[in-house]
Design a protein around this ligand. Structure first.
Ligand SMILES: Nc1ncnc2c1ncn2[C@@H]1O[C@H](COP(=O)(O)OP(=O)(O)O)[C@@H](O)[C@H]1O
Ligand SMILES: [Mg+2]
Length: 288
């Protein structure tokens, strides 16, 4: 990627992102509400520009523990919303926060301002744009909790530059939407959180969702090794699913992969995977 601070750029809808969305297990009502909020952001602000009447800032924030699917949800919902708008030409870009932050005094602020004013502005001027600010805590750190390790003045200025830049962009581009994610809501500046039109808390999966994630992971393997289909039909499958409670979605998917590595025969032929292998891997994951 040539432009500094840009990690990814693609046109929406995007097949890979749509698959992420389809494979994310969340309560249906939450999934729909989030998709609808993205749709609303992309359509309503250009029709009713009055901020006084419709105070939308063009920011959605997803918060929750690591591994709960926030990054996948952000990319997925962008694509799902784009699919719902007939003939929409929506661009997606992902920001690389670490490329913008620097320990050199004043540099972060300059890089943030430059990124928003140059890169985001340039893309937003061409049409509807969704910008992913993944792990946004590095860019909008809470100014009242200045860390001693980072340069406190720089943290302050980076947050100031982000907030000013976001306000400015929101006013100029009604079809620009930022989707931000964070593992630490408490580390975010309250002024940023209060600007979000929707703050969605993503929690670890419920027992039912754990089972659905396990089944989805096994079904994906079963496309290649059909013998695996029968695991999900076994009588003690539900008992195994209950063991998953407490793990996040990433840990569940990883446990299935790790189960394949318990025996060289299974690595070479994942079709030989059994409940016992998975049980063992799940116990290991839970002990961590
Ligand atoms: N609720 C969920 N449903 C399905 N898969 C999930 C869920 N939560 C996490 N995952 C899976 O875990 C992996 C990591 O997800 P990711 O989006 O990186 O999480 P986060 O950004 O919250 O750390 C992905 O492969 C994702 O599909
Ligand atoms: Mg993430």
């Amino acid at each position: 990627m040539q432009e500094k601070g840009l990690l990814d750029k693609r046109n929406l809808p995007d097949r890979e992102f749509t698959e992420l969305w389809e494979r994310i297990v969340l309560p249906k009502a939450i999934k729909e509400k989030l998709r609808n909020q993205v749709l609303l952001e992309l359509t309503l602000r250009s029709k009713i520009p009055s901020k006084a009447a419709i105070p939308l800032h063009g920011i959605i924030l997803l918060v929750g523990p690591p591994g709960t699917g926030k990054t996948s949800i952000a990319k997925g919902v962008a694509s799902a919303a784009a699919s719902a708008i007939q003939g929409a030409k929506i661009t997606f870009i992902e920001v690389e926060p670490h490329a913008l932050t620097s320990s050199a005094l004043g540099k972060t602020q300059r890089e943030v301002r430059k990124f928003l004013e140059e890169v985001v502005t340039e893309h937003a001027a061409q049409g509807p744009l969704i910008v992913l600010l993944d792990e946004v805590e590095t860019l909008v750190a809470d100014r009242t909790k200045l860390s001693l390790e980072a340069n406190p003045i720089d943290v302050h200025r980076s947050t100031d530059a982000m907030l000013a830049g976001l306000d400015n962009l929101a006013a100029r581009f009604p079809e620009l939407l930022f989707i931000a994610t964070s593992n630490f809501e408490g580390a975010l500046d309250p002024a940023f959180v209060s600007r979000a039109d929707l703050v969605l808390q993503i929690d670890k999966p419920t027992a039912e969702a754990c089972e659905a994630i396990l089944t989805d992971t096994l079904n994906a393997l079963a496309e290649q090794w059909p013998a695996l289909k029968k695991i999900t039909k076994q009588p003690n499958y539900q008992k195994l699913s209950h063991e998953l409670l407490g793990l996040d979605g990433r840990q569940i998917r990883k446990a299935v992969i790790s189960a394949c590595t318990s025996d060289i025969k299974v690595v070479l032929n994942p079709g030989l995977l059994t409940m016992e292998h998975i049980n063992e891997a799940v116990s290991l994951a839970k002990r961590k």
